[in-house]
Design a protein around this ligand. Structure first.
Ligand code: SF4
Length: 275
């Protein structure tokens, strides 16, 4: 049984490992009540993870293994801090009026938010009660787990579409692409506000056909407000080393301005709003 601890503020770039060694594996967690859960950290002033000023809560647990992940210390619940949802909401309440006045709110990211569905549902519902705008960042891989009430506690979704090509998606994440596309279509069918995020990794996701496939898939979706290109970076490389994981991108460079321009233009050419 994990011990409840205080969640320290910090950054997504902090390395946090081995904090709850008795935690279940992320694919076996029975998170029915949602009163407690595992978190990596939280940031209090992001302007990057949704509209306005955001508190961003990084929860633990992910079933994907993206080769370029900059937070492998969020993969396992064992690495997270075991906290109560009420503690998270109490902290959030302290920022609520500032967040409201800055047109912001709460974003839950990870890891993968849907690994701890009841826990994140409870926090999202609590944030809504405070009158806050709510968002999640997700790969959509577990989108089938989400019911209507979960979606109704969400104002928007930051949806990571890592590839349009099933083989590339498998190479990047170790998992299937189809659930992500299915979740994207479901969000489109209910008109849920979405920002699509695409991580541009030279030599891995930059193939023109791969980019075009995402652009053609997203372009007809009226609910997708922005496509955001996220250039690959090495800020998480030290975590792979510290965790003794095999890192395949030691020699991968950040995308050149020319490559970024090409990709932006590809999205624009299909009619997407992209930045
Ligand atoms: S989905 Fe996100 S947290 Fe999970 S492995 Fe991929 S980049 Fe990392």
């Amino acid at each position: 049984m994990s011990t409840v601890q205080a969640l320290e503020p910090g950054s997504r770039h902090d390395l946090r490992i081995g904090i709850s060694p008795d935690a279940p594996d992320e694919d076996k967690i029975k998170d029915e009540e949602g009163s407690f859960g595992y978190c990596h950290s939280y940031e209090t002033s992001s302007r990057y993870d949704g509209p306005g000023l955001r508190v961003v809560l990084f929860v633990s647990g992910c079933l994907l293994r993206c080769t370029y992940c900059h937070n492998p210390d969020t993969w396992h619940l064992k690495d997270g801090t075991y906290v109560s949802a009420q503690q998270v909401l109490d902290r959030l309440a302290g920022f609520a009026s500032a967040l409201r006045s800055m047109d912001g709110g709460l974003t839950i990211s990870g890891g993968e938010v849907m690994v701890q569905l009841a826990f994140t549902r409870r926090i999202l519902a609590g944030a809504k009660k405070m009158g806050l705008h709510t968002a999640i960042e997700t790969s959509g891989f577990l989108g089938d787990r989400v019911d209507e009430s979960y979606l109704s506690a969400l104002d928007m979704v930051l949806l990571d579409i890592k590839s349009s090509d099933p083989d590339t998606y498998k190479k990047v994440t170790g998992r299937d692409l189809a659930p992500t596309l299915r979740f994207a279509e479901r969000l489109a069918s209910i008109g849920k506000r979405v920002w699509v995020r695409f991580t541009l990794v030279p030599g891995l996701t930059d193939d023109p056909a791969n980019v075009e496939g995402i652009a053609k898939f997203v372009a007809p979706m009226k609910n997708v407000e922005w496509v955001e290109i996220q250039p690959f970076h090495q800020l998480g490389a030290f975590k792979w080393k510290a965790m003794n994981l095999e890192y395949k991108h030691a020699d991968t460079h950040t995308p050149t301005p020319a490559l970024i321009s090409r990709v932006l233009e590809q999205f624009r050419a299909e009619g997407c709003r992209v930045r």
